[in-house]
Design a protein around this ligand. Sequence first.
Ligand code: G6P
Length: 620
Amino acid sequence: MNVMCGIVGIASNFMEDRSIGVLLKEALLRLEYRGYDSAGIATIYNNKLYIKKDKGTIKEIHRKINFDDLLGNCGIGHTRWATHGSPNLINAHPHCDCNDRIAVVHNGIIENFYELKNKLISKGHVFKSETDTEVIPHLIESHLKGRVRRSSVEEAIEKTIRELKGTYAIVVIYVGLPDTIFCVRNENPLVIGINSNAIYCASDITAFLPMTNKVLMLNNNEIATITSNRIEINNTNLEETDINDRKIVRISWTPEMAQKGGRPHFMQKEIHEQPIAISNTLKIDWNKILKFGEYIHNTPPGNIYITAAGTSYHAALAGKYMFTKIANTQIHPVISSEFREYIGNTLNNDSLLIAISQSGETADTINAIDFAKQQGAKIISITNVLGSNITRKSDYFIYTQAGPEIGVAATKTFSVQLTSLALCSLGLAELNGSLLNNEILEFKNRLNNIPMIIKNFISSKEEKVRIIANKYYQNKNFLFLGRGVNYPTALEGALKLKEISYLHAEGYAAGESKHGPIAMIEKDYPVIFVAAPDETYDKILGNVMEMKARGAKIFSIIQENDQTIKTLSDDFIEIPRNIDLPFSPIVYIVPLQLFSYYVAIKCGYDPDKPRNLAKSVTVP
Ligand code: G6P
């Protein structure tokens, strides 16, 4: 099964000065953050299908078998993140039918593939791989009868998807149609990019961003038939959709935004981009913030939920504290994979679900949304990807302004999520009167200083964090503790370290540390405190002393000139004053992002491609 994965298809008129193999390889490299355990490309040339694929990263495979000499006018490519079925040459995409006439790349899960596979085998089809994907080319083959035209391939695809259960984004080529690609999606992402020489389809925009920023969104269960200068979109009844009505969106992202900009890793570049990302997010039209706030304001108390996964969940949790503190409003945070069980059938037309997702494609979050919608709840969301599934399922959404994030470990998208939630809490405070207008203005003014504070902080403190990371990288276990709104900061700091350094790091509410984790403490056990001087300060100071008394090595993130915790700490990083404490995670997380980055570097890992992880998790 191939659940995250990046897929791409290109139909060109051959005007490009590079071969289709080069174009597909470059597009795959831009999608590699979605999965990187095997990859492959198929093109059609001189009435024959050419496929190159193998296990490994795209660069490794290219060195071995050279993708660049693949010729043709159109082709498809895939970079895989395997769950079931080991990452090897046979399981790598593209997959073919019995006669090597149809090639398919797929992102998603075909849940009924055993049943389909057995049926196909009983009809004489021969399978080569262990993947679910391989049933697709065989099913298409089984539906292709007589002379093959574009319309007959479309029909065969249409019949095929009627038989599939599960989620998918699929791109298909057929050897007899060397200038055409076909694609279809159900829940998994697929966008179409248009320029004058070629039309692209891909799991996300970054794949074709250097070629075009003109994007057309494909809806669930639409089949697009694409040549270099024409897109025809049919629904599953093969009724043509008038795409003249459909908006071609111009994405404001530039190709440079999706490159490393002279830095060794995307992660470091993206940490450094936080000031600009936050500053752009702070420019979101206030009326939009108020409209978002109105959904919350108009929902009866007790009926508002916030859901997300991974880093976005940590932002959601911090958002909960912000809404309580700033707008005196209760929202219930729920991890999206737990939503269904946790909430059950307790929602109704008066309920509201706030969904937070960088990609807008996380399956668990989408499932939570669908489940809430079925019960009549309204959905509002915060995402970084325009046209993503979650934005389309939402009654209203806020689009964060981080630009593309390529590093698998989320950094700048976390800070813009926090920033958007900070703005929303202020918008809600305006609507429900929990703050006076001049107080809101002062909060906004201080929020506007945060980009500059982070910029100066990174330029003055990055080296110090690197030196501290070099001191700690040999430890195998870490405890991250925080309280109040910085409890989520501690969780996120621990998650970053786990994700890219593979070290055991636990984030905990500092108050809970004496109910268990303290038993682990022995001499030099590293405990990292996020200790902003808010109303939790005295308590966290007590926790620092408890840990110190048991020999822990203390690394603290404190406000500048906090002499008390400074003297108790083995290492410390000081954060400037004048940050409103409910919004302090936006700044206090930065040293922890840098810390995990430098620990990963010192351990010799590539922080942009952490093992076993994928940026966009499109499987529940
Ligand atoms: C994956 C990524 C995480 C991310 C999470 C949620 O696990 O590796 O970095 O936080 O998905 O993703 P989302 O796109 O919904 O924010």
